[in-house]
Ligand binder design. Structure first.
Ligand code: FAD
Length: 294
């Protein structure tokens, strides 16, 4: 199969890229699975004009919108990528190949899990991976932020403005000293130790540490940083950043001509609004790049 632009990822960034590239009359293929988007299963309440709406509804409408402009969807993952004779060639999950003049990486991130009992079962029921996204749900409630580094410190500080109690659980001092001091000065209660389990009957009720200590909370924010699907970027000749994100310029171009990146894969903030904004830019840039090759 051939296209001017292959968009890898059908989350908010990829869908917006597909809409804008199609509107510029590029032929567009979109690969990926909606259910793997960070927005799927989330309730989005801070995106302009959308006071509160399930992410899967936003994604379904976005896909229909992209299809109405001519984008075609392949509900499968891209397994490999290479550059060949001025085109990019991709190996797909079903064994087929896609060739495109330009590519948009909109592959999002995979959040790092703690991997402890209760974490999976209580995700969305008090376990969250994004303080910026979910802080508002915890106004006046008790929360624990788990993580050693600066992201965790910043999240702990943020949560002190919302929660009645903020506990910061860490087992290493890896955060920037200034950020850590600000979190503690703002009232975050420090705990030294590794989490052992998250417990509760249908919702988070407590975080248990390895030393047996129990912290009674309504929410647990796991802030361990994230990994993106940087392997594909490397296949294309891009060296990912140390945190596995891909550096993108103002026009969303990467270090490899014809490869553009947008959304969570380019780094924080992990927000729909930023993903959509960059998706618009990446889609237009990719369509322009493909047209210049004609
Ligand atoms: C629980 C939760 C709550 C959230 N709440 C909010 C909120 O309230 N407000 C807000 O603004 N943001 C929120 N977010 C963050 C928001 O969902 C993300 O910032 C947004 O989805 C990023 O969009 P994206 O398109 O960059 O990545 P994603 O939406 O994660 O999409 C990535 C896409 O890439 C695809 N993909 C990955 N690898 C491949 C591959 N090899 N081949 C093909 N496809 C691939 C995936 O299938 C997926 O379709 C929340 C996130 C979570 C997890």
């Amino acid at each position: 199969m051939e296209a001017d632009v292959l968009v890898i990822g059908c989350g908010p960034a990829g869908l917006q890229a597909a809409i804008h590239a199609s509107r510029k009359k590029a032929s567009v293929l979109v690969a990926g699975k909606a259910a793997s988007s960070g927005a799927y299963g989330a309730r989005i309440e801070n995106y302009l004009g959308v006071p509160s709406r399930p992410g899967e509804e936003i994604l379904a409408d976005g896909r229909a919108q992209a299809e109405s402009f001519g984008a075609r969807f392949l509900d499968m993952n891209v397994m490999s990528a290479s550059a060949l004779d001025g085109r990019f060639v991709f190996g797909m999950e079903d064994g087929s190949e896609v060739s495109a003049k330009a590519v948009v990486l909109a592959t999002g991130i995979a959040r790092r899990l703690l991997g402890i009992p209760g974490e999976k079962a209580l995700t969305g029921k008090g376990v969250s991976y994004c303080a910026v996204c979910d802080c508002n749900f915890y106004k006046g409630r008790r929360v624990a932020v788990v993580g050693n580094d600066s992201e965790a410190a910043a999240s702990a500080r943020l949560m002190t403005s919302y929660a009645s109690e903020t506990h910061w659980v860490r087992w290493e001092d890896a955060a920037d000293e200034g950020l850590a001091s600000k979190a503690l000065e703002a009232g975050a209660v420090p705990h030294a130790g590794r989490p052992k389990a998250i417990e509760g009957d249908g919702k988070v009720e407590r975080l248990v540490l390895e030393d047996g200590a129990e912290i009674q909370v309504d929410g647990v924010f796991i802030e361990l940083g994230a990994r993106s699907s940087a392997d594909l970027a490397m296949d294309l000749g891009i060296m990912p950043e140390i945190d596995d994100t891909v550096k993108a310029g103002q026009d969303c171009s990467t270090e490899v001509p014809g490869v553009f990146a947008c959304g969570d894969v380019t780094g924080r903030p992990w927000q729909v609004a930023k993903a959509v904004g960059q998706g618009c830019v990446a889609g237009m840039s990719a369509a322009d790049f493909a047209r210049r090759l004609e």
